[in-house]
Ligand binder design. Sequence first.
Ligand code: SF4
Length: 434
Amino acid sequence: MASGEKASTASATVQKDDSQLRQKRMIADHFTRLARAPETGEKSVYTFVPGNLTELLRCFDLLPVLPEINALQSAMRGKSKAYIALAEKLGHSEDVCTYVKCDVGMMKSGNVGPTGEHLPNPDLLLLSYTGCFTFLKWFEILRQEYDAPIALLHVPYQADGKITDAMRRYVVDQLRDKIIPELERLSGRKYDEDRLKELLSRSVEAEDDLVWVLQSARNRPSPIDAYFGGVYYIGPIFTAFRGSQEAVDYYRTLRSEIESRLEQRLGPVTPDGEIDEERFRIVVEGPPNWTHFREFWRMFADEGAVVVASSYTKVGGVYDFGFRHDPERPLETLAEYCMGCYTNLNLPSRVEMLTRYVLDYDADGLLINSIKSCNSFSAGQLMILREVENRTGRPGGFIESDLVDPRYFSSSNIKTRLESYFQMIEQKRSGAVA
Ligand code: SF4
């Protein structure tokens, strides 16, 4: 029996781990707090995942709202199609990033968040601009809709693949002279650097455990899927919870669960059960499709294909090459974090990173999921593919889908391409392909 069949038969017995339940509770509590904000007087700040300043917001007791997360959650709940259609009716072109259209459609439909509760209007749009021009346009639209102020943190692109002192100073100056005064004004509190240091220390603890979990995929079999499972693992740290004790506890719990899977030599858990035969080890570049997330995952699981590393799980911070927030240099470390996230890296750095993943995780090859509406990820992907193939000698694969627009997910097409890719890997193993 193929591993996928085994996975399906086990679906009835799949149980949620403690870490999953914990994460669910954290998210529910956060959204309840947001829904009550108009009565409690708590202020909400809309901001993006890459290069977010969660610890700084927490330092002022401000509540983060992440529009990208709302968009992907809408897609997972089957709501994005109608939201996108509404945004297009309002004049947003087919070429616009579908996260933006999904967010606009959600807002125009009453701004109900992923848990079914209302989201508060933003008191501030905090735009830490990291590599993607769409972020600027997105918040321009929201500013008009909500009449909310924007605070812009301009993060220099790592064009030469490194962070210079001048770049760091440039970001720190903006944090100190523009962003912090804006947060003081909004919250009515003074900036407390000791508090920020405390929050950053908690970030480090969570980051250490997350990296351990992601790197557990170096084992054979890998106890995790670092793409489909990985998107759940990065949830708390890339969104509203970095710097919180809940995030520390979540990652500690997750780590101990994965340690136990590793000891028992168990493969990853999928929504349909366990993968008990690891046939292919793949590195994936590009965000996942959210409208058919389970079906997409199943296409891999059915073939015994496990993703051992992915670039998407670095979109809100690259930690596995050593970066950790440094509580002793609070503003400098925030600046370095913003400049270091994946969307802010140039193409040679991305090639370097993906090559390392293929070699370090002993993967069979690199697979690219090219996202129609995300230029930030898709630009240069064919070059990346060829370059990583050349450097590793391992075959690359290419599929196309979209983030949250179901019109661009063609199941049969993707399945056929994946099957051909896995066949190619097998042929290569048997020496049939040079
Ligand atoms: S284009 Fe890509 S990186 Fe930019 S906002 Fe859209 S999904 Fe995010």
